[in-house]
Design a protein around this ligand. Structure first.
Ligand SMILES: Cc1ncc(COP(=O)(O)O)c(C=O)c1O
Length: 447
């Protein structure tokens, strides 16, 4: 086989027809012992999978068998986009060409976001140059742009010991090193923890941190930095010459004081990048739309990366999302937050009755429970993953083990579980009733 290929190569200087012939021959040769194996997948693609997606699959399998399953596993609103957004999308489908847009996004949407920051975000009026704002393909698209713009191969980037797992996974796939920092007792990564790590690294002669990324409110804990803590993070990163990547995707979903955007402190703007999204507060996960507010020094890099990687965020979503900020839409979205508030109370009060310690949950739509030894011993076939599988099988309620969110080396993922509560209140109530009924049977298994 290799001989035929070599002969063809020699006789035909690689013309189109000959390449096709070669391709056919190589396809025909599959299974023939002397054919070359295709290359292996890249090392960078060897990232951890999402356990929550395994839970989703198991839940769907049960649904396919005809069971009613209660979904407290996935972090997405059970509602769709605001009605005004859907109407705008329908209009745009009829009237617009839906071609490419400017890479940084349509001006109307960028301006609407900036106006929203001034009106409800407590951002000093006039402090945001629209050129610093880029519309992205969800905040996930934003992470790729952000990491590519901020970090080089072998850079060390701080993440919390409990965090949104894609930070670690994407950083690793870009050949960066996540530096895992233990959260404080309130499940927060503040400037205090960061300073201790920076100093430890200096003392130990370890490479410095190039930046830090975290979400506040946090997935999975709901813990939220106070405005003073956000300011301290900004100031510390500026003093140390680090990037502060502030993931603000859950802003707008707060139970108590609104989370403070890092943009409230424009004096540190050169070191701070904000990532946000229409997925959570705006209830538009599938529209794949987000935005970044960039430090001046990264604008040009991110524009060029966006042009090459994505060209632009989805045009239909951009046109429709302008309607997110209308009074009608905000009223509708605030209605969702009122529902999350009620749901949170149901989840928290159930876990409190069961005396299960939980994270503070000041924002987002998650309660993170720390079961400690009550999760059971992994060596004995127990632990959070088995707990979630068993609860789903026996009570038809899907929740997520902590293994997605925890530093894999810590083992904490097997002791913690996440309840996601953006669903319908009656579903959350029924799910938690089932958990309360079922919990004693789990404790018996662990005894
Ligand atoms: C903290 C955090 N950041 C970012 C994302 C990604 O969101 P998207 O790409 O839909 O904007 C999620 C999704 O759950 C998240 O929890």
């Amino acid at each position: 086989m290799r001989g035929i290929v070599a002969a063809l190569l020699l006789t035909s200087a690689g013309g189109f027809a000959t390449r096709r012939t070669l391709l056919r021959l190589s396809v025909q040769s599959r299974g023939v012992p002397d054919s070359a194996a295709p290359p292996a997948p890249s090392l960078r693609s060897d990232v951890a999978s999402f356990k929550v997606m395994d839970v989703v699959e198991s839940a769907q399998a049960l649904e396919a068998e005809g069971h009613r399953v209660y979904h407290l596993e996935v972090g997405q609103p059970s509602t769709g986009a605001p009605a005004a957004v859907k109407r705008a999308a329908a209009r745009a489908l009829d009237t617009e060409k839906l071609g490419y847009t400017q890479s940084k996004g349509i001006p109307e949407l960028r301006e609407a976001i900036i106006k929203h920051y001034y009106e409800v975000g407590g951002i000093p009026e006039g402090s945001l140059d629209p050129e610093r704002l880029v519309i992205t393909t969800g905040s996930s698209g934003g992470f790729l742009l952000a990491f590519a713009a901020c970090f080089d191969k072998d850079d060390h980037v701080a993440v919390g010991s409990t965090c949104y797992p894609c930070y670690r996974n994407i950083l690793e796939s870009m050949d960066c090193h996540p530096a895992i920092i233990q959260l404080n007792k309130e499940f927060k990564l503040t400037a205090t923890q960061l300073r201790a790590e920076v100093e430890r690294r200096k003392d130990a002669g370890l490479p410095p941190l190039k930046g830090v990324i975290q979400s506040s409110p946090s997935n999975p804990t709901g813990s939220t930095l106070t405005p003073a803590e956000v300011e301290e993070m900004c100031a510390f990163c500026a003093a140390e010459g680090m990037w502060f990547l502030s993931d603000e995707i859950y802003h707008g979903i707060n139970f108590g004081e609104q989370a403070a955007s890092a943009l409230r402190f424009p004096q540190y703007a050169d070191n701070v990048m904000v990532l946000n999204s229409f997925s959570k507060y705006f209830s538009m996960t599938g529209w794949r739309l987000g935005w970044m507010v960039l430090p001046e020094g990264l604008v040009d890099s991110v524009y060029r990366l966006q042009q090459n990687m994505f060209i632009n965020a989805p045009t239909l979503s951009q046109l429709a999302a302008v309607e997110c900020f209308s009074e009608e839409s905000i009223d509708e979205l605030e209605g969702h937050v009122a529902r999350y508030t009620e749901n949170r109370e149901i989840v928290m009060s159930t876990l409190e009755r069961l005396e299960i310690p939980i994270s503070p949950c000041n924002g987002a739509f998650y309660v993170y429970a720390d079961l400690g030894d009550l999760a059971g011993d992994v060596a004995q076939g127990l632990g959070a993953e088995v707990l979630c599988e068993t609860f789903l099988r026996e009570k038809k309620v899907a929740i997520t083990p902590g293994t997605d969110f925890e530093d894999p080396a810590s083992g904490m993922g097997f002791k913690r579980i996440r309840f996601s509560f953006p669903g319908a209140t009656e579903d959350v109530r029924e799910a938690m009733k089932r958990f309360e009924e079922w919990w004693p049977s789990w404790l018996e298994r662990c005894a």
